[in-house]
Design a protein around this ligand. Structure first.
Ligand SMILES: CC(C)(COP(=O)(O)OP(=O)(O)OC[C@H]1O[C@@H](n2cnc3c(N)ncnc32)[C@H](O)[C@@H]1OP(=O)(O)O)[C@@H](O)C(=O)NCCC(=O)NCCS
Length: 180
């Protein structure tokens, strides 16, 4: 695996590194949370069981050929971030995704993580564009992106059904050469 040696320091006791099998307990503890599942893809279920954690850690949910890292805070995996490059003529870009255990919300952690991961991913993947889709109600995630040079580019109207309701998906993009 291309990223197995990655160890990205974010400061304040936070680093990004590949997921490990022994993260299972911490992963399930932080991931089993309706408020996280609400803002993410259905690949991130609620309840989040040990079987879900095992499937993820064995690479059966998200491919670990892409940079998909644990956010480790004070030695414990408390969230995740990853970038998945597009293929063919769209290989200039990659899709960003992330989540953080609720115990750590509201302290600027994800803003700092994205500020380090975004330029790292642009360089490591050789992409000039990162994008992220954010559900209409997810103002915290939109804010994290805006503070890191992402611009709201448009809205895919009623593009996502979550918990039986239709939601708009806001598309945010960041161009590497326009970030100062
Ligand atoms: C989105 C998420 C990653 C944010 O992580 P975090 O570490 O709490 O984020 P930060 O503290 O760095 O920044 C949050 C920003 O959103 C703002 N915010 C939080 N809740 C808000 C709300 N309800 N309305 C408006 N702004 C809000 C905060 O004030 C802060 O902005 P500020 O610094 O300008 O004040 C976290 O809530 C999460 O994991 N959510 C569930 C999974 C998810 O939605 N992932 C993203 C999918 S696109």
């Amino acid at each position: 695996m291309r990223w197995h040696d990655s160890n990205i320091d974010v400061g304040d006791g936070t680093r990004l590194r590949p997921w490990r099998i022994d993260d299972l307990d911490a992963l399930v503890r932080h991931a089993d949370d309706e408020r996280i599942s609400r803002g993410t893809s259905d690949r991130f279920p609620f309840p989040y069981t040990r079987a879900d954690g095992e499937a993820f850690l064995s690479g059966r949910v998200v491919g670990f050929d892409d940079p998909v890292f644990a956010i480790e805070i004070d030695g414990e995996a408390c969230g995740g971030i990853g970038a998945r490059p597009f293929a063919g003529e769209r290989a200039v870009g990659a899709e960003l995704g992330y989540w953080l255990g609720q115990a750590h919300w509201g302290r600027g952690v994800m803003t700092r993580v994205v500020s380090v991961f975004a330029p790292w991913a642009e360089q490591a993947l050789g992409v000039s564009r990162l994008q992220a889709g954010v559900l209409d109600f997810n103002l915290a995630s939109a804010r994290v992106l805006e503070k890191n040079g992402f611009v709201a580019e448009g809205v895919l109207r009623r593009a996502v059904r979550k918990r039986g309701c239709l939601h708009d998906l806001r598309l945010f993009g960041r161009l590497a050469d326009t970030v100062g």
